[in-house]
Design a protein around this ligand. Structure first.
Ligand code: GLA
Length: 405
């Protein structure tokens, strides 16, 4: 009798566990879109967001793949008398439902932000104790994406908190991409593939290429620092569940070389590509970086394998990313401020990705055609050595395609 009861209880539990899954199929390739935080922080309102939605279409960014328009912190008003969250009525007088409709009418998707604690990092109401209510409200408004932050969470268990919100989203019934932002503290890569579609691996990005921004109790990190913190994480990423090295700073004032390197490395990492600049006011250089279809294709490759750093040598790093159809992306990153010359002997790069894809470059067995993705130019084959110059804090990026003979 007791055993039967136990078995019954177990089956009930098991069936509940199967019910409460994240929505599948929302992030087969790394999510792409725009977010308000890096450029505008708390200074957001519906005019701005509508303008961004208009421009993401006009500029061609939407058609290049950037489809999410995500509000970050500070859109919130108070909770109403029943505990439901409302929008800040001064900044968003038409309300979130109307904003979502506008965004959807442009063929875009709508993202919103909350926090697992009592308050968001900007001091607005957090979702703690209101998870099911908030998920329901987002579903009613037509939200497609939720970034869920980690401020004010003392004594809260991250696995519990993120699982709770995942279950609440499932219960509310609208497929919402779940972007977890707990800064890598609890190693979400080890447990969150079932929970979210992406998880932040680090603290916040800081708008510089090579520096750390130190504050009492917290730090923000430059592009190279964040890149270095991705070591060892590639085996955890794949279709539906991505490492998130934070949003892009491209177009926010770094040099063109640095922006190109930043965008390239995020693509080599199969990172979510979430723009963080004012797209209403972009230079032609910024546009050309963010809309390079060949580089986006490296990020969005359907094999969904994060790139690997094969070796570092005198300020240069050599990265490979396996792609579908036996192709590879190959990237040389120059971390230094000086241009560096290098002669590529392809036979130095015979490698097998034993950790994830089991694919081999096999330069000793096959020849690849080389295409330079920033120059948009064919560059011969891997039959012979290749001399390159990599400008300071920049990259050379190739797509290697096997020549069938
Ligand atoms: C945290 C997150 C950032 C941003 C801010 C908003 O720092 O990591 O990405 O959302 O909060 O306050």
């Amino acid at each position: 009798m007791r055993n039967t009861l136990l078995a019954g209880a177990f089956m009930l539990l098991a069936s509940q566990t199967t019910l409460a899954q994240k929505f599948e199929g929302l992030a087969q390739t790394p999510p792409m879109g725009w977010n308000s935080w890096n450029k505008f922080a708390c200074d957001i309102n519906e005019e701005l967001i509508r303008g961004i939605a208009d421009e993401i279409v006009e500029s061609g960014l939407r058609d290049a793949g950037y489809v999410y328009i995500n509000l970050d912190d500070c859109w919130h008003g108070e909770r109403d008398e029943n505990g439901f969250i409302t929008a800040d009525s001064i900044r968003f007088p038409s309300g979130m439902g109307a904003l979502a409709d506008y965004i959807h009418s442009k063929g875009l998707k709508f993202g919103i932000y909350s926090d697992a604690g009592r308050k968001t990092c900007g001091g607005r109401p957090g979702s703690f104790g209101h998870e099911y209510q908030d998920a329901l409200q987002y579903a009613r408004w037509g939200v497609d994406y939720l970034k869920y932050d980690w401020c004010e969470t003392e004594n809260i268990n991250p696995v519990g908190a993120y699982t709770l919100m995942r279950d609440a989203i499932r219960e509310a019934g609208r497929p919402i991409l779940f972007s977890m932002c707990e800064w890598g503290h609890s190693k979400p890569w080890e447990w969150a593939a079932e929970t979210g579609h992406m998880w932040r691996t680090t603290g916040d990005i800081y708008n510089c290429f090579d520096c750390v921004d130190e504050h009492p109790g917290w730090k923000a990190f430059g592009v190279l620092q964040i890149l270095d913190m991705q070591d060892g994480l590639r085996k955890y990423a794949g279709p539906g569940h991505w490492n998130d090295p934070d949003m892009l700073e491209v177009g926010n004032g770094q040099s063109e070389n640095q922006d190109r390197a930043h965008f390239t490395m995020w693509s080599m990492l199969a990172a979510p590509l979430i723009l963080g600049n004012d797209i209403r006011d972009m230079s032609s250089e910024t546009k050309a970086i963010l809309m390079n279809p060949d580089v986006i294709a490296i990020d969005q490759d359907s094999l969904g394998v994060q790139g690997l750093k094969y070796k570092s040598e005198n300020g240069l790093e050599f990265w490979f990313k396996p792609l579908v159809n036996d192709e590879w992306a190959f990237c040389v990153l120059n971390r230094t401020q000086q241009p560096l010359e290098y002669e590529i002997d392809w036979q130095d790069f015979n490698l097998t990705d034993e950790e994830v894809s089991q694919r081999s470059t096999g330069f000793d067995q096959r020849v690849y055609a080389i295409r330079d993705l920033w120059k948009n130019k064919k560059e011969g084959t891997t039959k012979k050595n290749k001399k390159i110059t990599i400008p300071g804090q920049d990259v050379v990026l190739y797509r290697l395609s096997p020549i069938n003979k």
